[in-house]
Design a protein around this ligand. Sequence first.
Ligand SMILES: C[S@@+](CC[C@H](N)C(=O)[O-])C[C@H]1O[C@@H](n2cnc3c(N)ncnc32)[C@H](O)[C@@H]1O
Length: 272
Amino acid sequence: MLPAVRMHGVAAVPRLGLLLRATPRGTNAGYSRIEIVIFSATADLYDLIYSFKDYTGEAEKVRQVINRERPGAKTILDVACGTGEHARFLSANFSVDGIDIDPAFVKIAQGKNPLGNFSVADMRSFELHKRYDVVQCLFSSIGYLLTSADVVSAFRCFRDHLAPDGVVMVEPWLSPTEYKVGSIHMLTVDRPDLKICRMNVAKHEGDISILNFHYLTVTREGVRRMEETHRLVLISSEEMASHFRAAHLGCTFDPVGLNGRGLFVARPVDAR
Ligand SMILES: C[S@@+](CC[C@H](N)C(=O)[O-])C[C@H]1O[C@@H](n2cnc3c(N)ncnc32)[C@H](O)[C@@H]1O
């Protein structure tokens, strides 16, 4: 069943890289105006759209990095946890909590991970009154913070949630040289009861990549079109390292990481 498009009037998230416009076109959509909403409108499609993504394999790589960087770790905070897929696989070995700015994602993540605590929070400023052996922020979620100040604020929060000897892991978005402006993309889902096609052309405005996702979905109830604009900042690994330093974290960068996007591992500069 397709999610109802939520028509919040939340134009008030200007500093977030993610805005979504549900654009009713066609006779069955039933909406008469364009509204700006956050990810929630497509939250129920997320796991289907990203079913190609190897969360099991990535969780295994996360486990290997943790065993190397923080052997004996027991607790993980998954920042920008989305639908809780990494948590689902990591919870076999760790106690995993998560935060995300999107309430619909948090609900899905909590449902999949009943033993963890999943809550709505903004990674730029949160206080959970708990410390973790590992604070991770995966699948380029950090890219949604568009200013250096926001990234540094988030890194400070990550550091403040570390238990002694804890480590931060961040999987970045693309650098300016990696992002291919003008490239075209399509993801499809083809099930008997549901078809989805998501397409976009990679655009940019200066150092902000713009992914304007056009969704076409169909069920027996009809065809629906939706449109989402994701804005993620393009920054080099050197610039990201300087943001870690500004938050008093020293980092190393593996350019391959979990799946080719690279992985930063950071710890407080006064630690070992
Ligand atoms: C590409 S998704 C990745 C989700 C998940 N980590 C995964 O691997 O599937 C990006 C996530 O970042 C979240 N996000 C964006 N800005 C955020 C913020 N300021 N604070 C917390 N979460 C945020 C979005 O809601 C979304 O769940």
